[in-house]
Design a protein around this ligand. Structure first.
Ligand SMILES: Cc1ncc(COP(=O)(O)O)c(C=O)c1O
Length: 348
């Protein structure tokens, strides 16, 4: 186990929120049916319908990758194309899971700033795709990552603009919300505004990265998409028998706005770092810092200096550091990182 307390590697490296652990203990009484036929999973459906202000179908799943791949498989045909940012997690880090679960579904990167999909680039990709030609993948869905894989946040208008293009051509809109709460906290809007009201059909709702333990969820707003999800999940062995413990975590996650409180803490840590290093000579932020991640370009020697100080982070290239803040990132860790960046940037 890593003993260093200065850890900016990932939001996966943090603790689970005590409220979620307590929810597991509370759920550990009596007997309940398995495979989602329990009272906690029923309560979760009602709770998220309330949170999203619309009827939803919720499928708790073990990982964000499972949520993305199954949500997209259910939105596509095997010969379908999913449009996404080149930086999208489904394109860079999920080992072809979308294609595997979709039975051949192809990912097609489209241009856009800071990990976003640009609506004009999407339109152009769809109209030149060869719709109806049996030689070509058929446009099926678009994937938006909110917050993006470069730490930026789509505005509601930006989501709606992409969704409008997608729906005009009959495509489904999938949102990878591994950091949905971070984006929600950043925008200060409602969950409905940032999802189905802006045109999102199906959402991968992240929980684990923001104080969760062992569960994310697929949230379906468009009933057409929901019909095959249960079959995909079961066939892949992704349906917990003791589902109630996953559902209990997710109920606790949204209770009393816990998810927003945790996300605000992580976002505030990232904003504090950005405010203190922005404009320093030799330090360039790759994208606006709008959620809980920073992508920092610095001289290789400066990056090595940070690592030699014992500060943990991921290096994404000779000059690029990814810094991820968590709900449990401390002010002392933030101060140590900022001091290290200042010192090593000045020396490099
Ligand atoms: C944007 C994004 N989507 C999806 C995932 C996948 O989550 P998991 O690792 O739980 O499969 C991640 C994980 O890093 C992520 O950053």
């Amino acid at each position: 186990m890593t003993q260093s307390t200065i850890d900016f590697r990932s939001d996966n490296c943090g603790r689970a929120a005590p409220e979620l652990l307590e929810a597991l203990v509370t759920a550990n009484t009596g007997t309940e049916l398995g495979y989602g036929a329990d009272s906690f999973t029923a309560a979760l459906q009602a709770r998220l319908a309330d949170v999203f202000e619309t009827p939803v179908r919720v499928y708790p799943v073990p990982t964000g990758t499972a949520a993305n791949a199954v949500a997209l498989a259910a939105s596509c045909t095997p010969f379908g194309a999913v449009y996404c940012s080149a930086d999208a997690h489904i394109n860079t880090a999920e080992c072809n899971a979308t294609s595997f679960f979709g039975g051949g579904t192809k990912l097609t990167p489209v241009a856009g700033p800071h990990g976003k999909v640009d609506p004009a680039a999407l339109e152009s990709a769809i109209v030149t795709a060869g719709k109806g030609l049996a030689h070509k993948s058929q446009p099926a869905a678009v994937n938006l990552v909110q917050a993006t894989d470069l730490g930026a946040v789509y505005s509601i208008d930006e989501i709606a603009a992409v969704a409008q293009v997608a729906h005009a051509h009959g495509l489904k809109v999938h949102m990878d919300g591994a950091r949905f709460a971070n984006a929600l906290a950043a925008l200060g809007c409602t969950p409905a505004e940032m999802s189905w009201r802006a045109g999102v059909d199906v959402l991968s709702l992240g929980v684990t990265k923001n104080g969760g333990l062992l569960a994310d969820a697929i949230v379906v707003f468009n009933a057409d998409t929901a019909t095959s999800i249960g079959f995909h999940l079961r066939r892949a062995g992704l349906v917990w028998s003791k589902m109630r413990f996953a559902s209990a975590q997710i109920i606790a996650y949204v209770e009393n706005d816990l998810w927003l409180r945790l996300a605000r803490q992580a976002n505030a840590a990232a904003a504090a770092i950005a405010a203190q290093i922005g404009g320093l000579p030799g330090v360039t932020l790759l994208a606006p810092v709008q959620a809980n991640e920073l992508f920092i370009d610095m001289a290789p020697a400066a990056l090595s200096g940070l690592a030699d100080d014992g500060i943990l982070y991921y290096r994404r290239g000779p000059r690029l550091a990814r810094i991820v803040c968590r709900w449990d990132s401390s002010a002392a860790d933030v101060a140590a990182l900022v001091a290290g960046i200042r010192r090593h940037a000045a020396a490099a």
